[in-house]
Write a protein of this length. Sequence first.
Length: 82
Amino acid sequence: IVAVLMLLWNKLDKRFDDLEARQNQRFNDFEARQNQRFDQFEARQNQRFDQQDKRLDELKAEMQEGRAEMRALREALLSIKA
């Protein structure tokens, strides 16, 4: 009887170990997918931020050009009045 009980116990123990290994593998796969998705999301966000920074730099340059033109026009108007 003891030998049969030990045999059954070993079978159950092996089944539990197999189940635990499968669950661990599933969790690891899930974690890897989540990390990959997060990395992709982070890359898209960084690309968007870079595009926004570039656009802000372009707008800043346009604004500076506009200010220079306004100064030139103001100076031209003042020289005409004088």
